[in-house]
Design a protein around this ligand. Structure first.
Ligand code: PEP
Ligand code: MG
Length: 596
């Protein structure tokens, strides 16, 4: 029977596919696809582990014979029987052969399937056998880990990138996915994803948007209501996940998929048109990127530069060392050269909070209720806490500036002492390059305005910077004290909050008064609902995911600034800014004739 799961829509579009459940069982294991030629070896790994557990159980039985209660011996017999039973052994093998899961994932997937069957049983005695299956599965997983340790060098973290591409399309359903893991979606087999946790501007959601993969987060019941291999529709516009849809619903969504593609094709034709309002005001549209390779997508979308290169993604998905100066330099240089003379804004590393360096630490963060990582050592605080690491990055950025215009952007500045420390670090990095005789270039220095303290002090902060970029995702989080990654308070995360709008408007005004460049690079810049309001606030530079660029451009092409008139004041003074913003934008479109 078809069921619906509700969550938050975070990445637009419709995805249809068979569900792949990750880590829904109580055991947290590595999940990755094995290459087709490795399937035999993976089945062997499973077999070796099973033999190991069998041997262990038999030895245990020998040891406990004699004065041990007969029930315990019988239990061990049950475990041996389960281990060799078709429902565990051959069904687990099936996950490897049919779906190309690694052995641990296959065990966890089969454990999930069996647990559900046990839960549905009427007979209490049988229902209680669930714990036996769990214990056997756990032994198997431990044996797999032991066998790995004994036979191979430490295993590199493997990912969900490779996978079989034959058969039905797949969608991923997980409790949580780290931004680092999301990055590996690029080119992967998954057409969409659903998580049980996360907010609209959690970094996982942001990466999904940048990859243009339909996604729903905060779908709390997903792992319970979606079963492995179920057909699932992900409606990334409405935030709905439809499990086991009827043929009629399926056809409706396939129609919407086709419509979406037609709309994208139509918007793509705007690529080479400059973003100019109906009354001739030029607006700069920049791209947010995560990796140097994204620069191509930025150019293809018609971006006039990179407004935000989130450099922290170079630091993720690595085993061991952080990237050294040369590796970073090459990455920044690649982005700068790809942009062919257009400016590239490289943000210094913004690690911490919901962007840990690896998946494990995300897990730990989520389960450490004594810490508040969003208020902890992240972004510039992280960099200043490790001056050597910071200067390595600064030198790499300064060196990349030889190859094209580079803007250096510092995240989450909130205190004047941080400004001083940052300027000193930049000066030291430059002095080292001069002393070495290493070629380097001039960079413009900018601050992200994403903490209320910075927005309130922007006039004074601007004395030290060439430009500012408003990070609305964090500005909302810190102004409203709403963790952007926490679905429990997602309904309170409100970009239309008067305090947020006032801080944005004031920052734009202060930057213009100081004659400095200001841009918005948070998610509001790529959301058409805010285009008119931001234009009315005086914003002339928007930075967003390349995929969002065409629809924002279309909005700008249809806007006549003169018709926005009092919109800024109306929104800032309104009881209900959301309603005032929408009404004003509608009025402007009607007056300019764009709605017709
Ligand atoms: C922001 O906070 O708005 C921003 C652009 O930075 P990030 O989303 O990477 O924190
Ligand atoms: Mg931010």
């Amino acid at each position: 029977m078809s069921v619906q799961v509700f969550g938050l829509p975070v990445s637009r579009g419709v995805a249809i596919g068979r569900a792949v459940l990750v880590a829904s069982s109580r055991v947290d294991v590595a999940h990755y696809f094995v290459e087709p030629h490795q399937i035999g070896a993976e089945v062997d790994r499973l077999r070796v582990a099973r033999d190991l557990v069998c041997h262990e159980l038999e030895s245990l039985k020998q040891e406990v014979q004699g004065d041990t209660p007969a029930e315990l011996v019988a239990l061990l017999d049950v475990h041996v029987m389960l281990l060799n039973d078709e429902v565990l052994s051959s069904a687990t093998r099936q996950w490897i052969e049919g779906r190309h899961y690694n052995a641990e994932w296959a065990v966890a997937a089969q454990l999930d399937a069996l647990t559900r069957q046990f839960d549905e049983m009427e007979d209490e005695y049988l229902r209680e056998r669930k714990s036996d299956v769990e214990q056997v599965a756990e032994r198997l997983l431990q044996a797999l880990a032991r066998a790995d340790r004994a036979s191979t060098p430490p295993v590199m973290r493997r990912s969900l990138t490779v996978g079989h591409d034959e058969g039905a399309p797949l969608v991923l359903v997980a409790n949580d996915i780290s931004p680092a893991d999301m990055m590996q979606f690029k080119g992967s087999v998954f057409r969409g994803f659903v998580t049980e946790v996360g907010g609209r501007t959690s970094h996982t959601a942001i990466v999904a948007r940048s990859l243009d993969i339909p996604a729903v987060v905060g779908a709390r019941e997903a792992s319970r209501l979606v079963h492995q291999d179920d057909w699932v529709i992900i409606d990334g516009d409405a935030g709905i996940v439809i499990v086991d849809p009827s043929p009629m619903v399926l056809e409706e969504y396939r129609f919407r998929q086709r419509q979406g593609q037609l709309e994208r094709d139509r918007l793509a034709r705007l690529r080479s048109r400059p973003a100019v309002t109906l009354d001739g005001q030029r607006v700069e549209l920049l791209a947010n990127i995560e990796l140097p390779g994204d620069a191509l997508a930025a150019l293809e979308a018609g971006a006039e530069g990179v407004g935000l290169f989130r450099s922290e993604f170079l630091f993720m998905n690595r085993v061991g060392e952080l990237p050294d100066e040369q590796e970073q330099f090459e990455a920044y240089q690649a982005a700068v050269q790809s942009m062919k003379g257009l400016p590239v804004t490289i943000r210094t590393v913004d690690i911490g909070a919901d962007k840990p360096l690896d998946r494990l630490s995300l897990h730990e963060l989520r389960h450490d209720h004594t810490l508040n990582p969003a208020l902890g050592l992240r972004a510039i605080r992280w960099s200043l806490a490790d001056p050597d690491m910071f200067e390595v990055q600064l030198r790499a950025i300064l060196r990349a500036a030889v190859h094209g215009p580079v803007r250096l952007l510092v995240p989450m500045i909130s205190h004047p002492t941080e400004i001083r420390a940052t300027l000193e670090a930049v000066a030291r990095a430059r002095a080292t390059l001069v002393a070495q005789g290493t070629p380097h270039g001039e960079v413009q220095l900018g601050a992200m305005i994403e903490v209320p303290a910075a927005a309130l002090m922007v006039q004074r902060f601007l004395q030290h910077f060439d430009f500012v970029s408003i990070g609305t995702n964090d500005l909302i989080q810190y102004t409203l004290a709403i963790d952007r990654a926490d679905e429990a308070v997602a309904h309170l995360y409100d970009p239309w909050h008067p305090a947020v709008l006032a801080l944005i408007a004031d920052t734009i005004r202060a930057a213009h008064a100081a004659g400095k460049h200001v841009s918005v690079c948070g998610e509001m810049a790529g959301d058409p609902a805010f285009t008119e309001v931001l234009l009315a606030f005086g914003l002339r530079s928007f930075s967003m995911h390349p995929t969002q660029l065409p629809s924002i451009k279309q909005r700008i092409l249809r806007t006549e600034l003169a018709t926005l008139g009092r919109l800024a004041q109306e929104v800032l003074c309104a009881e209900d800014p959301h309603q005032a913003g929408e009404a004003g934008a509608r009025r402007a479109r009607a007056t300019s004739g764009a709605g017709r």
